[in-house]
Design a protein around this ligand. Structure first.
Ligand code: CAA
Length: 258
């Protein structure tokens, strides 16, 4: 399938989705969101893909939901169409790890897309913000919840109530991003990390992702119970036998996702 608003590629075991509406700062219109959901669905089904990278261009990862497309929406239409349901939820439903490689603006829905990913790597040019308040609304695709969990209440309140942007350096200090790299190295760093993850046991990676997600979604006691059960369960996999045998035999493990 040819896409209009994204570029989809694979490199080894890594799938990449490049948002490609440069003329609109990669604003997330319905077509782009549907295409991104479609591409993610294909990567999920493709057994050769072990990790996914989503990126934009130098100026913008994505400057938010498409304001021009959204401006005339009514409350009933938002409710009846479940405006932020469907394709907006595709990343958070993804079972494979998703890395956001962010340069330039990641604003509003663009910041929310990045925060729905499992890891954010930022170029030193990246700017993060939730400026919805300046449009007379609030973040609607997870921003009030995910930013607060990532950076804490005071900084999240300041950004969401004032619309202030955060630099990449501040985002790293605030633990919103895992790493800041020079702009020119962004894709290489993101692809190297994605390839490294894709080389692991897919069963263990998916299990680890679920366990880390639990840390945000449940109590410590429940999370620890989940982690321990998941840890025990991995001893039923061939990949555990291979991983530990490879360590003992001083060779690289060959995981088969079994
Ligand atoms: N929607 C639609 N079009 C957008 C857009 C958006 N979110 N962001 C930028 N564009 C368009 C501009 O309208 C402009 O198009 P024209 O050339 O046709 O006028 C083009 O992209 C280039 O943008 P600018 O001329 O504004 O570029 P700039 O360098 O001066 O500023 C910017 C860049 C700071 C990102 C600025 O464009 C901006 O503030 N964009 C809007 C950011 C925003 O408010 N995002 C939140 C959206 S609401 C949301 O996301 C809701 C939600 O939670 C789901």
């Amino acid at each position: 399938m040819a896409f209009e608003t994204i570029i989809v590629e694979t490199q080894g075991h890594v799938g990449t989705i490049t948002l490609d509406r440069a003329e609109a700062m990669n604003a997330l219109n319905a077509t782009l969101l549907d295409e991104m959901a479609n591409a993610l669905g294909r990567f999920e089904e493709d057994d050769t893909i072990g990790a996914i990278v989503i990126t934009g261009n130098e100026k913008a990862f994505a400057a938010g939901a498409d304001i021009k497309e959204m401006a005339e929406r009514s409350y009933p239409s938002a409710m009846m169409d479940d405006f932020i349901g469907g394709s907006w939820q595709a990343i958070s439903k993804c079972r494979k790890p998703v890395i956001a490689a962010v340069s330039g603006y990641a604003l509003g829905g663009g910041c929310e897309v990045a925060m729905a990913c499992d890891i954010i790597i930022a170029a030193d040019t990246a700017r993060f913000g939730l400026p919805e308040i300046t449009l007379g609304v609030i973040p609607g695709a997870g921003g009030t919840q995910r930013l607060t969990r990532a950076v804490g209440k005071a900084k999240a309140m300041e950004m969401i109530l004032s619309g202030r942007f955060m630099t990449a350096e501040e985002a790293e200090r605030a633990c919103l991003v895992s790493r800041v790299v020079p702009e020119g190295d962004l894709m290489e760093e993101a692809m190297t990390l994605a390839a490294k993850i894709a080389d692991m046991s897919g069963v263990a990676v998916m299990t680890a992702k679920k366990a880390v997600e639990r840390a945000h979604e449940t109590s410590l006691a429940e999370g620890l119970i989940f982690e321990r059960s998941a840890f025990y369960a991995l001893f039923a996999t061939e990949d555990q036998k291979e991983g530990m045998a490879a360590f003992v035999e001083k060779r690289k493990a060959q995981f088969r996702n079994r």
